[in-house]
Design a protein around this ligand. Structure first.
Ligand SMILES: Cc1ncc(COP(=O)(O)O)c(C=O)c1O
Length: 403
């Protein structure tokens, strides 16, 4: 007697399976075999239904079109996915990821430096650079009191470099000056103190461009005193696009720079640090120690290169123009800004405008906005409609205040 059996093809993978129907002559033990075959069929069908849900319907729908929390929220688009597919897939720990080596060289050259190194994040970039410069504690790093390296890197300089810090408040409220730096340098060569071994600057900081001439003065002084000078250039792209000052000109002032690709540039992941070949050779050890040596990262560096080629500098300039429009719109309706909107950030001073941050965020959510507070960060995936929603929110609170 003929019997039907459904079997999963023995060559199945989770992504590509086949269900085959077999006709078999009933034989002793065949009914038992059938039960086994049917239970396999059910589990395969349930896997199939879960997979088709994954492949045809995104499980989590997210759009950054009205997300002003940060410029890190952009998502890859089709062209970027294509670039990821085309990337060289060699193992970067064997120096065999050509897409990565190309990107590192490309960014280094743009910055007028001998070598570059792709790292996982801006935090890792800063931490590796600072650790690489420092030799033997005790020592101190001087930086802006609002700087990322001392406020938002989980005490990394203490943990990774055993460094003290000298946080300096800029006397002009916007950026450090040579005078601020000189007043706070520790150059005592005395057992009670830890001398300044690094000056670490940040550009942009809160979206504000650090004036080139002031940076140049600080750099010159650092070199006279044999102090290393590092730049947290997570958003140096923004400063360069807005000021027209090349990355190479900025690079000439610093021993090392860390430039994020996952912020305004729009890559999903990554930062490149740049410096001399010797510096980068040593930095690679610290990247490894921090668990940052990665394998087939061509898919990330390919995405980053695509983002860089597509967005720098012209798309960034358009983003800045959009931010400037909102800054003007808000001030014309009685809002005050913490700092000037030089690039892609509009910092609304909600306190001074008499708005509670929680109310601002809640009303914004009702309008379809995603906000982190008064800091509104623009990126290339903010749309006209997204910006309009922000203006509607600005109007809403302005009207409540009667301005
Ligand atoms: C100025 C600055 N530096 C460094 C970082 C750290 O970057 P990441 O979040 O990739 O670690 C950030 C993050 O926002 C930043 O704003």
């Amino acid at each position: 007697m003929m019997m039907s059996f459904y079997f999963v093809d023995p060559s199945i993978t989770q992504l590509n399976f086949k269900i085959r129907k077999y006709e078999q002559i009933r034989a002793p033990g065949a009914s038992k075999l059938r039960i086994v075959a049917l239970s396999e069929l059910f589990s395969v069908l349930s896997l199939y239904s879960r997979m088709s849900a994954i492949t045809t319907e995104p499980r989590y729908k997210y759009s950054p079109a009205a997300d002003f929390r940060s410029d890190t929220v952009t998502i890859p688009e089709d062209g970027m996915f294509e670039a990821m597919k085309r990337a060289h897939l060699g193992d970067d720990v064997y120096n065999a990821s050509e897409t990565t080596l190309d990107l590192e060289q490309y960014v280094a050259k743009m910055c007028g430096k001998e070598a570059g190194l792709f790292v996982s994040s801006g935090t890792q970039g800063n931490q590796i650079c600072l650790r690489t410069h420092l030799q033997q504690p005790p020592y101190t790093i001087l930086c802006d009191a609002r700087g990322h390296i001392i406020n938002y890197e989980s005490a990394g300089i203490a943990i990774n470099s055993q460094a003290m810090s000298t946080p300096v408040k800029p006397s002009n409220g916007l950026h450090l000056s040579l005078e601020d730096v000189e007043k706070n340098l520790i150059m005592l060569d005395d057992i009670h103190h830890a001398d300044t071994k690094i000056i670490s600057l940040e550009n942009t900081l809160n979206g504000v461009i650090f004036p080139f001439q002031e940076m140049a003065k600080i750099s010159q002084r650092a070199r006279e005193l044999d102090i290393r000078i590092h730049l947290d250039g997570a958003r140096l792209w923004e400063a360069s696009a807005a000021s027209g000052i090349s990355l190479e000109e900025y690079g000439s002032l610093f021993d090392s720079m860390s430039l994020c690709l996952s912020k305004g540039i729009g890559a999903p992941v990554g930062t490149v640090i740049v410096g001399t070949s010797q510096f980068i050779k040593k930095a690679k050890f610290f990247r490894k120690i921090m668990g940052g040596a990665m394998r087939q990262i061509g898919i990330l560096t390919g995405a980053a290169r695509y983002a860089l080629d597509t967005h720098f500098p012209d798309v960034l300039k358009k983003v800045h123009a959009r931010a400037a429009t909102t800054a003007k719109y808000a001030t014309s309706r009685g809002y005050e800004l913490y700092v000037p909107a030089d690039t892609n950030m509009v910092w609304l001073d909600l306190d001074k405008t008499g708005i509670k941050t929680a109310d601002w965020i809640a009303k914004g959510t009702e309008l379809g906005l995603t906000l982190g507070g008064g800091r509104c960060v623009f990126h290339h995936q903010i749309t006209d409609a997204g910006q309009q929603k922000l203006h509607d929110l600005i109007d809403l609170f302005a009207a409540a205040k009667g301005t």
